[in-house]
Design a protein around this ligand. Structure first.
Ligand code: TXA
Ligand code: MG
Length: 313
């Protein structure tokens, strides 16, 4: 299959209306989208990504009016979150409207909804005229793509269309909050922080590890580069053919031993650089990747969540 790279949202939307999948940019990471009401098209996403059929997809909207099409009910916390953070890097899980086909929601009676804030994502979804079911546009298990080149690395010749846009502004996937049960729970931390959410509802809990899996994605391998990932407070001993990413700067001695490194300005820069750094390490055949731990507050919680998964901690 030939992969067409386009810049025009109308052209990309034609593929969606033809039951095809399209990779598209958002402010978090690139997504691999299909019309949520088109069962055959949504099925293609699972096959392309090699994604287990019980791992549900997020449905992307261009207008808050589309929420009613997808959700059966919206509680008061969800209403507040939507009012404050839509459009933006957050996904809200609500009880599913039965008219939505089961495929995207997998085995669940809930549906994950997100309204991206990036201009090109918004215009693309609007041009499609239907909500777009989309996971991150990477092969299952590899780091989420933050540029269209990453998407091509995983899917060139396998998807018919890539809508090319800028690199992702944030670089980590959206915050996922489950508002379908009586106590709202953050299942995946992200750019919208737990602290910000608790200002809207103090009861909100963090549930990234559960025995009864709430977010099926939690049980699958995620975000991992090929390299062994080692989390460090400060870099002391290093092995050859290793890489480093963090906020703390490197002393000149470790610089000489490390083949590739990135010192970030702050947590925002760290978040934005992380997945692309993972992919760059793979390209370079790095053996060990040292990543600096950060405080698990604010955006640091999301960074540590991804780092721990990559390090299999
Ligand atoms: O930023 C993002 O969220 C990106 C962009 C493309 O929007 N999308 C993304 O999708 O990261 P994905 O499929 O890679 O991750 C979605 C996560 C998965 O862990 C999935 O299990 C969970 O959300 N999820 C989706 N629907 C759910 C539901 N109804 N209940 C619980 N978890 C759900
Ligand atoms: Mg993903």
């Amino acid at each position: 299959m030939y992969t067409k790279i386009v810049n025009d949202v109308e052209e990309a939307a034609k593929y969606i209306l033809n039951s095809e999948v399209v990779a598209f940019p958002t402010e978090t990471v690139y997504g691999l989208g299909a019309n949520v009401f088109d069962d055959e098209a949504v099925k293609k996403i699972f096959i392309l990504k090699k994604r287990p059929l019980d791992n549900p997809l997020i449905v992307h909207i261009s207008s808050k009016k589309q929420i009613g099409l997808l959700a059966a009910e919206i509680g008061s916390t969800a209403k507040k979150i939507i009012k404050k953070f839509f459009p933006g890097p957050i996904t809200v899980i609500l009880k599913k409207n039965p008219i939505v086909p089961d495929r995207a929601a997998a085995v669940l009676d809930t549906i994950a909804i997100r309204m991206p804030s990036s201009k090109i994502a918004h215009e693309f979804i609007k041009a499609c005229g239907v909500p777009i079911a989309a996971p991150s546009a990477n092969l299952s298990g590899s780091p989420s793509p933050t540029s269209f080149l990453h998407v091509l690395h995983d899917f060139n010749g396998r998807v018919p269309c890539v809508l090319a846009g800028p690199s992702s502004k944030y670089g980590l996937e959206s915050t996922v909050i489950d508002c379908s049960a009586s106590v709202p729970a953050v299942l995946r931390p992200g750019m919208v922080t737990l602290e910000q959410l608790r200002k809207l509802d103090r009861r909100i809990v963090l549930r990234t590890h559960t025995r009864k899996i709430k977010s099926p994605g939690q049980k699958y391998k995620h975000y991992s580069p090929e390299a062994k990932v080692v989390l460090v407070k400060k870099l002391s001993k290093v092995v050859e053919n290793s890489a480093y990413i963090g906020i703390a700067s490197l002393d000149t001695n470790s610089k000489t031993k490390i083949s590739f490194y990135k010192v970030c300005r702050d947590v925002e820069h760290y978040a934005k650089s992380l997945f692309s750094f993972f992919r760059e390490c793979d390209v370079r055949g790095i053996h060990t990747l040292y990543a600096q731990k950060v405080d698990e507050s604010g955006l640091g919680l999301a960074i540590m969540n991804r780092l721990k998964k990559a390090a299999k901690e």
